[in-house]
Design a protein around this ligand. Structure first.
Ligand code: T5A
Length: 212
């Protein structure tokens, strides 16, 4: 039985996801929670290999191959790492999850929504996040932050500006159960403060529900 909490931080390239996941993990630990930080794609030997293949420009993955690499990575990590952690009551904080598939593979690559989401459902055995914090940032700003870091762009980061704007739009428009937006144009401290408020509220509400 799942008793833990599954929190996802998602958003466009360079929006500050990794920074925020680290900061939220520290805050949660300080508040006494047992936290597991993960990233997607990645987190198991198989998932890291799939990530490397998907992002390697030399591999020239087709859109479908890219999708299945992302889903293979997710399936492996969900089954071996995320579900067991949730079942033992931990808070799992994930840097990206399936909203990224909607943004990159459906909007970016143009793959058919229903079939992709069906395949994602199969890969995750229906595991949904309890809370998804979406970092809102225009694509150009995120790409600028990445360029400023001086890191060599991977295969997906090398896509054009218009392509990345299409991807970023999906994050901006995301809505539904447990989806909360945070303005990522603000400083890292302000983003952390806003996101921590969201997490604290969520945890307080779920512990209330558990008591009633
Ligand atoms: N992908 C992934 C798919 O195509 N489909 C999928 O289903 C999934 C799961 C993964 C790639 O895989 C694709 C999407 C990606 O292309 P990644 O490494 O997870 O790659 O994703 P990136 O977005 O490329 O990761 P980055 O590390 O570049 O961006 P982050 O994590 O959003 O940003 P972060 O925290 O590293 O910060 C970037 C820079 O900005 C600074 C940081 O210090 C750093 O220098 N920063 C801020 N600066 C100003 N203000 C703030 N608020 C800041 N917050 C951070």
């Amino acid at each position: 039985m799942r008793v833990g909490t599954f929190i996802v931080v998602d958003g466009p390239e360079g929006a500050g996801k990794t920074t925020l996941v680290g900061r939220l993990a520290s805050r949660l630990r300080a508040a006494g929670h047992d936290v597991l930080e993960v990233r997607q794609p990645g987190g198991t030997p198989l998932a890291e290999a799939a990530r490397a293949a998907a992002l390697d420009a030399e591999m020239h993955a087709t859109p479908l191959a890219e999708l299945f690499l992302m889903l293979a990575a997710r399936a492996d990590q969900v089954a071996k790492v995320i579900r067991p952690a949730l079942e033992s009551g931990r808070v799992v904080l994930s840097d990206r999850y399936d909203l990224s598939t909607e943004a990159y593979q459906i909007a970016g690559r143009g793959l058919p929504r229903e079939r992709v989401m069906g395949a994602n459902e199969l890969a995750t055995d229906g595991l949904r996040p309890d809370l998804t914090i979406v970092l809102d940032l225009p694509a150009e700003l995120g790409l600028k932050r990445q360029a400023h870091d001086g890191k060599e762009p991977d295969r997906i980061e090398r896509e054009g500006r218009v392509w990345h704007q299409r991807v970023a739009e999906v994050f901006l428009q995301a809505s539904g159960n447990g989806v909360v937006h945070v303005d990522a144009t603000k400083s890292a401290d302000a983003v952390e403060q806003a996101a921590w408020g969201v997490v604290e509220r969520h945890l307080a509400e779920t512990s209330e529900e558990g008591r009633s």
